[in-house]
Design a protein around this ligand. Sequence first.
Ligand code: SF4
Length: 171
Amino acid sequence: MSNLSRPFRQKLEEAAWISSLASEKVHSSEDGTRKFRFILADGEAVESVLLPERDHWTLCLSSQVGCPLGCRFCLTGKRGWVRNLKASEIIDQVIGVRSTLSRPEKLTNLVLMGMGEPLLNYQNVLQALVVLRSPLGLQFSNRRITLSTSGIIRRWWNSFPSGTLSNWPFR
Ligand code: SF4
Protein backbone atom coordinates (compact mmCIF):
# COMPACT_ATOMS: atom_id res chain seq x y z
CA MET A 1 0.00 0.00 0.00
CA SER A 2 2.58 2.52 -1.13
CA ASN A 3 -0.11 5.22 -1.34
CA LEU A 4 0.06 5.37 2.49
CA SER A 5 2.89 7.23 4.20
CA ARG A 6 5.82 5.17 5.48
CA PRO A 7 5.27 6.11 9.18
CA PHE A 8 1.60 5.14 8.90
CA ARG A 9 2.51 1.81 7.27
CA GLN A 10 4.97 1.18 10.11
CA LYS A 11 2.23 1.87 12.65
CA LEU A 12 -0.11 -0.51 10.83
CA GLU A 13 2.54 -3.20 10.79
CA GLU A 14 2.93 -2.93 14.57
CA ALA A 15 -0.80 -2.84 15.33
CA ALA A 16 -2.44 -5.21 12.82
CA TRP A 17 -1.95 -8.16 10.53
CA ILE A 18 -3.96 -9.41 7.58
CA SER A 19 -5.10 -12.98 8.10
CA SER A 20 -6.34 -15.34 5.44
CA LEU A 21 -7.25 -19.00 4.96
CA ALA A 22 -6.77 -20.92 1.74
CA SER A 23 -8.62 -24.20 1.35
CA GLU A 24 -6.33 -27.22 1.27
CA LYS A 25 -8.99 -29.55 -0.17
CA VAL A 26 -12.47 -29.23 -1.61
CA HIS A 27 -14.80 -32.22 -1.90
CA SER A 28 -17.83 -31.79 -4.15
CA SER A 29 -20.86 -34.03 -4.13
CA GLU A 30 -23.40 -34.65 -6.90
CA ASP A 31 -26.03 -32.37 -5.36
CA GLY A 32 -23.62 -29.41 -5.55
CA THR A 33 -22.57 -29.41 -1.89
CA ARG A 34 -18.89 -28.50 -1.42
CA LYS A 35 -16.84 -29.27 1.66
CA PHE A 36 -13.77 -27.05 2.23
CA ARG A 37 -10.89 -28.06 4.50
CA PHE A 38 -8.82 -25.17 5.83
CA ILE A 39 -5.41 -25.53 7.50
CA LEU A 40 -4.89 -23.03 10.33
CA ALA A 41 -1.62 -21.30 11.26
CA ASP A 42 -0.85 -23.91 13.96
CA GLY A 43 -1.45 -26.84 11.58
CA GLU A 44 -4.92 -27.71 12.90
CA ALA A 45 -7.74 -28.06 10.38
CA VAL A 46 -11.40 -27.05 10.20
CA GLU A 47 -14.12 -27.60 7.64
CA SER A 48 -16.80 -25.38 6.13
CA VAL A 49 -19.62 -26.71 4.01
CA LEU A 50 -21.22 -24.77 1.15
CA LEU A 51 -24.82 -25.79 0.50
CA PRO A 52 -26.64 -24.97 -2.72
CA GLU A 53 -30.17 -23.56 -2.39
CA ARG A 54 -32.60 -22.69 -5.19
CA ASP A 55 -31.32 -19.12 -5.69
CA HIS A 56 -28.44 -18.68 -3.24
CA TRP A 57 -25.70 -20.41 -1.25
CA THR A 58 -25.66 -21.18 2.46
CA LEU A 59 -22.33 -21.64 4.24
CA CYS A 60 -21.97 -23.80 7.33
CA LEU A 61 -19.13 -22.49 9.55
CA SER A 62 -16.99 -24.09 12.23
CA SER A 63 -16.41 -22.37 15.57
CA GLN A 64 -13.93 -24.70 17.32
CA VAL A 65 -11.23 -27.22 16.44
CA GLY A 66 -12.82 -30.42 17.73
CA CYS A 67 -15.69 -30.22 20.20
CA PRO A 68 -16.01 -31.06 23.90
CA LEU A 69 -19.66 -32.16 23.74
CA GLY A 70 -18.98 -35.61 22.30
CA CYS A 71 -22.34 -36.28 20.63
CA ARG A 72 -22.25 -39.96 19.79
CA PHE A 73 -23.19 -39.61 16.12
CA CYS A 74 -20.51 -36.98 15.41
CA LEU A 75 -16.92 -37.54 14.22
CA THR A 76 -15.82 -34.10 15.48
CA GLY A 77 -17.12 -34.95 18.94
CA LYS A 78 -15.13 -38.22 18.99
CA ARG A 79 -11.92 -36.22 18.63
CA GLY A 80 -12.65 -34.04 21.66
CA TRP A 81 -11.94 -30.36 22.11
CA VAL A 82 -8.63 -28.97 20.83
CA ARG A 83 -9.11 -25.20 20.87
CA ASN A 84 -11.46 -22.34 20.13
CA LEU A 85 -11.25 -20.60 16.77
CA LYS A 86 -10.24 -16.94 16.79
CA ALA A 87 -12.80 -14.49 15.39
CA SER A 88 -10.53 -14.00 12.36
CA GLU A 89 -10.50 -17.76 11.69
CA ILE A 90 -14.31 -17.81 11.64
CA ILE A 91 -14.51 -14.79 9.32
CA ASP A 92 -11.75 -16.14 7.06
CA GLN A 93 -13.81 -19.27 6.33
CA VAL A 94 -16.41 -16.98 4.73
CA ILE A 95 -13.82 -14.97 2.79
CA GLY A 96 -11.98 -18.13 1.70
CA VAL A 97 -15.12 -19.83 0.37
CA ARG A 98 -16.52 -16.66 -1.16
CA SER A 99 -13.32 -16.15 -3.15
CA THR A 100 -13.97 -19.44 -4.99
CA LEU A 101 -17.46 -18.44 -6.20
CA SER A 102 -18.09 -16.97 -9.65
CA ARG A 103 -21.00 -15.01 -8.12
CA PRO A 104 -19.94 -14.27 -4.52
CA GLU A 105 -23.04 -12.13 -3.90
CA LYS A 106 -25.09 -15.34 -4.01
CA LEU A 107 -23.54 -16.43 -0.70
CA THR A 108 -26.19 -14.80 1.48
CA ASN A 109 -26.81 -17.23 4.35
CA LEU A 110 -24.59 -18.42 7.19
CA VAL A 111 -25.18 -21.16 9.72
CA LEU A 112 -22.91 -21.82 12.72
CA MET A 113 -23.45 -25.53 12.65
CA GLY A 114 -20.05 -26.92 11.64
CA MET A 115 -17.29 -28.22 13.92
CA GLY A 116 -17.70 -27.12 17.53
CA GLU A 117 -20.33 -25.70 19.86
CA PRO A 118 -20.53 -21.94 19.12
CA LEU A 119 -21.69 -20.92 22.60
CA LEU A 120 -18.57 -22.49 24.11
CA ASN A 121 -16.56 -19.98 22.09
CA TYR A 122 -18.95 -17.16 22.86
CA GLN A 123 -16.62 -14.12 22.82
CA ASN A 124 -14.91 -14.97 19.53
CA VAL A 125 -18.16 -16.00 17.83
CA LEU A 126 -19.76 -12.74 18.95
CA GLN A 127 -16.82 -10.73 17.62
CA ALA A 128 -16.97 -12.60 14.28
CA LEU A 129 -20.72 -11.96 14.00
CA VAL A 130 -20.21 -8.23 14.54
CA VAL A 131 -17.82 -8.11 11.56
CA LEU A 132 -19.92 -10.44 9.40
CA ARG A 133 -23.01 -8.25 9.93
CA SER A 134 -21.38 -4.82 9.87
CA PRO A 135 -21.85 -2.41 6.93
CA LEU A 136 -18.06 -1.91 7.28
CA GLY A 137 -17.54 -5.68 7.25
CA LEU A 138 -19.17 -8.38 5.13
CA GLN A 139 -22.76 -7.02 5.42
CA PHE A 140 -24.67 -10.25 6.02
CA SER A 141 -28.26 -9.70 7.06
CA ASN A 142 -29.25 -10.51 10.67
CA ARG A 143 -32.09 -12.58 9.36
CA ARG A 144 -29.78 -14.77 7.29
CA ILE A 145 -27.48 -15.90 10.09
CA THR A 146 -28.40 -18.90 12.23
CA LEU A 147 -26.54 -20.10 15.30
CA SER A 148 -27.19 -23.70 16.23
CA THR A 149 -26.48 -24.86 19.79
CA SER A 150 -26.69 -28.13 21.69
CA GLY A 151 -27.43 -26.12 24.85
CA ILE A 152 -25.05 -25.44 27.71
CA ILE A 153 -25.73 -25.80 31.41
CA ARG A 154 -23.71 -24.11 34.15
CA ARG A 155 -22.95 -27.36 36.00
CA TRP A 156 -21.44 -28.83 32.85
CA TRP A 157 -19.50 -25.63 32.10
CA ASN A 158 -18.05 -25.55 35.61
CA SER A 159 -16.65 -29.06 35.16
CA PHE A 160 -13.98 -27.67 32.80
CA PRO A 161 -10.71 -26.31 34.32
CA SER A 162 -10.93 -22.53 34.61
CA GLY A 163 -9.62 -20.71 31.56
CA THR A 164 -10.12 -23.71 29.25
CA LEU A 165 -13.19 -22.24 27.59
CA SER A 166 -14.43 -18.67 27.09
CA ASN A 167 -15.93 -16.95 30.12
CA TRP A 168 -19.44 -18.05 31.03
CA PRO A 169 -21.51 -15.46 29.14
CA PHE A 170 -24.98 -16.16 30.55
CA ARG A 171 -25.30 -14.60 34.00
S1 SF4 B 1 -22.12 -30.21 19.43
FE1 SF4 B 1 -22.01 -30.46 17.17
S2 SF4 B 1 -19.80 -30.58 16.72
FE2 SF4 B 1 -20.03 -30.89 18.92
S3 SF4 B 1 -20.06 -33.12 19.16
FE3 SF4 B 1 -22.21 -32.43 19.03
S4 SF4 B 1 -22.76 -32.54 16.85
FE4 SF4 B 1 -20.52 -32.69 17.00
